[in-house]
Design a protein. Sequence first.
Length: 394
Amino acid sequence: MENVRATSRPALWLMLSIILVALNLRPSMAAVGPLLSAIRGDIALSFSLASLLTMLPVMAMGLAMFFGLAVSQRLGSQRTVVLSLLIIGIATVSRLFIDSASELILSAVLAGIGIALIQALMPVLIKSRFSDHVSLCMGLYVTSIMAGAAIAASFAPLVMVRTGSWRAGLAIWALLAVLALLFWYGQRARMPVQDAKPSSNGSFFGNSRAWLLAVFFGLGTASYTCVLAWLAPYYVEKGWSEQNAGLLLGFLTAMEVLSGLLTPAIANRSRDRRLVLAVLLALIIAGFCGLILSPQHLSLLWPCLLGLGIGGLFPMSLIVSLDHLDEPRRAGGLTAFVQGIGYLIAGLSPLLAGMIRDQLGSFEWAWWSLTAVMVLMLLMVLRFNPRHYARHFH
C-alpha cells in the first residue's frame, strides 16, 4: 500500500476515520461490567457465567486474528472495515431484543469477530500509510480503542437510568458504528478496493521471539480485560452504586486514554522501549496493591495508577512487535500472530477471576494473581533489546 504523508489532508481524513473505527472496538464489552448487577437481576447469571461476556469475545478476537489478514487481503481494507463495522453494529443493536444469557453471550462473540477483523488489519494499514509516524499513529489508534471503553463504561449506567432498561444501555453503542461507517465510507476514494498481496509472510508459529511477544501482549491484555470485566462489580460489592462504579471504570479508562496518547510519544525518542515498559508495569503493580489493601481510601488513586500503566502497556506491546520487522506486511503478520495468541491468553483471565470470586467469595485473590503476572512481565522486558531484533527474524 502506498505511503501517505502524515501532514496531508487525505492522511488526516484517514486517521480521523481510523479513530472513529477504533471507538467501536470496546463498548460491546465495556458496557457490561457497570450494568452487570441489573443484568443479573433480570437474567440468571453466576459470576463465572457472566465472565463469558468478556472472555468469549476476547477468545473470538484471538481466533479471528489468524484469518483476519487473509480476509483483508481478499476483500481489501475498505470492504473489510465496512464488513466489520456492520457485524459490530448488528451484534450491538441486537441486545435490545435479548431474553437469555445465551443470546447475550452470542451477541458478544459476534461483536468479537468483527472487532478482530479490524484489529488484524489496522497495524498493517498504519505501518504502511504512516511509516514515518508509526508510534504516534498507533498511539492514537489504541487510545481511541480505550476511549470507546471509557465512553461506554461511563455512560451505559446513565442510559439505563434514563431509559429504565439495561438493554438500551448495551445497545445504544451501535450508533458509534453508524458514525464510523459514514466517515470510513466517505474516504473510500482514497483507499484501494483491494490491497496488494504480501510478498512472503511465512509462519511465526515456530519462532520463539514471536511467542515471547505474544505471551507478553497476552499477559498485559489479561490485566486490561480483567479490570474491564470486574472492577465495577468489585466496587458494587463494596457498597458503591452501579452509576458510581461505572464512573470509576470510566475514570480508569480515561487515564488509559491519557497514557495511550503520551506514552508512545515519549517512547518514540528511543528505539529501546525497556525503561518505559518497566515504569508502566510498576504503575500497574502499585495500582493492584492499592486496590487490594485500601480500596475505599484514595479510591481514585488506584484506578489512576492502573489506567496509566495499562493504557501505555497496550500500545507499547504492539509497537515493540512492529519494531522487530521493517516490511509493513510482515510486521502486520507478526502483530496479527501476537494479538491472536495474546487474546486467547487474555480471554482466560475474566473467567479465572470469576471462578475465584465464586469459590473464595472475593476478587482480591484475582488482583493478587495479576500482580504476580506483572512481576513476571518485568523479567520479560529485559529481553527486548532492539540491537538483537534482527537476529530473531530472517
